[in-house]
Design a protein around this ligand. Structure first.
Ligand code: PLP
Length: 353
């Protein structure tokens, strides 16, 4: 496949109708989208076309069997007007890891990066700077063959759509530690960014919301004794001066934010441990006063402090700390992303000036 992208620019931009200070996360989209179809055993020449609805057969395989994976990343505009992506190569390779697990053909990583560059450059006026503003970029692939046979589709569509977002304030977050439902089982699809992993957690999350929690901390499906992740965020626990996060596994998503925070923490001299953490250890640490912080992390929120957790009907508070690790790590990460600090790890990827 050549690195050719066919571009059909939109004739009228919608940007004038958008209030960039009042955006609901993920519901306003830029003028263009990237589309590439897979059929007859290969990916076609990709194209960038005006953002809009598309026609799908009601028999499209994804609607029946959920064969779909996605990614999430952000582009930032710095104070000089240049636009940067954060570690997009990580998303390109993870998309293909997810795709493999769902029997979806790999998408060439160089075309993924080239496509992002062209698309974001075309819509660069949509990337705003300041106060946590950014462009949320959503690549995804789904089974598009019009066939309800229960087997891997022979046709797929890869797309990228982009949504301008403002700084995401998740509000106060209390979590319920799962003791009944599971997000991902050993040998399952938990490590993949598979659409169905989300579909399956909405119901238990609704039940947790009815009990006054905002999210669920998932535990291992076999025993519910070990903490895994929050389902859209990886988790960190500060016990004493040690920052602990679970090792990635086949039931935990290997988050780019998680690995970036680990690297920054280590560089700051914070003691980190990547190990399994038992719910009982967490509760002991809370009771002894050693549990100082819990936070989630992911592309959308960056870092989200968790101010309390519930387990089997008991509630525990983890109030916000002054000078928290969460805040320090978030500031350091955001400064790298927005080109406000040096980039010692080589994480920034220039999209355009
Ligand atoms: C996307 C995702 C995360 C966060 O990953 P990032 O690469 O940091 O955005 C964490 N857990 C799950 C289940 C996810 O899908």
């Amino acid at each position: 496949m050549k690195k050719q992208i066919n571009i059909t620019p939109s004739t009228a931009s919608k940007i004038g109708t958008v209030d960039f200070d009042n955006l609901t996360f993920g519901s306003t989209f830029t003028d263009h989208m990237f589309v590439c179809d897979f059929r007859d055993g290969h990916w076609d020449i990709p194209k960038i076309v005006p953002f809009g609805t598309m026609e799908l057969s009601p028999a499209s395989s994804v609607l029946h069997y959920g064969q779909a994976v996605f990614e999430g990343m952000k582009a930032f505009k710095d104070d000089h007007g240049s636009i940067w992506l954060f570690r997009p190569n990580e998303n390109a390779s993870r998309l293909n890891k997810s795709a493999e697990r769902l029997a979806i053909p790999a998408f060439p990583e160089d075309i993924f990066l080239e496509g992002l560059k062209s698309l974001i450059t075309l819509d660069k006026e949509w990337v705003k700077s300041g106060d946590g503003k950014s462009l949320y970029v959503r690549p995804f692939v789904f089974a598009s063959e019009a066939c309800v046979q229960a087997s891997a589709s022979r046709e797929y569509r890869f797309m990228v759509i982009c949504a301008p977002v403002k700084s995401y304030y998740g509000g106060d977050v209390r979590v319920k530690i799962a003791d009944h439902y599971s997000r991902a089982a050993q040998g399952g699809t938990g490590y993949a960014k598979a659409a169905g992993n989300y579909g399956g957690q909405f119901y238990p999350t609704q039940l947790a919301k009815d009990e006054g929690y905002q999210q669920i901390i998932w535990t291992d499906a076999a025993s519910h004794e070990y903490i895994e992740e929050a389902g859209t965020m990886n988790l960190f626990f500060r016990i004493g001066d040690t920052l602990i996060t679970a090792p990635t596994s086949d039931s935990i998503l290997d988050g780019v934010t998680r690995k970036s925070i680990l690297a920054i923490a280590q560089q700051m001299g914070i003691h980190t441990e990547v190990r399994m953490l038992k719910v009982s250890e967490l509760i002991e640490a809370k009771k002894s006063g050693e549990l100082l912080e819990i936070f989630g992390c992911g592309t959308a929120v960056v870092v989200q402090p968790i101010i309390g957790f519930g387990y089997k009907g008991n509630n525990y508070d983890t109030p916000l700390l002054e000078n928290s690790y969460a805040q320090k790590l978030k500031d350091a990460l955001v400064n790298i992303q927005c080109n406000k600090s040096k980039d010692p790890f080589g994480w920034r990827f220039k999209v355009c000036d």
